[in-house]
Ligand binder design. Structure first.
Ligand SMILES: [Zn+2]
Length: 71
């Protein structure tokens, strides 16, 4: 029983923070990459005028407060 408790503490203080940090970094990179690009196909949505659908795949998108496309 004590061995399981030690293993649980070890895992909690080593692997869990590593996995959480990796996940957060991946989410941050993903958000950075997709700003202004179609979330489905990656097409650059800047300079499309009044269109609100991706010309490549038809996925709808909106503009944020700064006028940048978000999908
Ligand atoms: Zn698209």
């Amino acid at each position: 029983m004590v061995e399981w408790l030690i293993l649980l503490i070890f895992v909690s203080f080593t692997f869990v923070p590593i996995v959480l940090t990796t996940w957060l970094v991946m989410c941050a990179n993903r958000a950075t990459i997709w700003v202004g690009h179609c979330r489905r196909c990656g097409y650059d949505l800047h300079h499309l005028g009044n269109r609100r659908h991706c010309p490549e795949c038809g996925h709808p998108f909106q503009l944020n407060a700064r006028g940048e496309p978000i999908s």
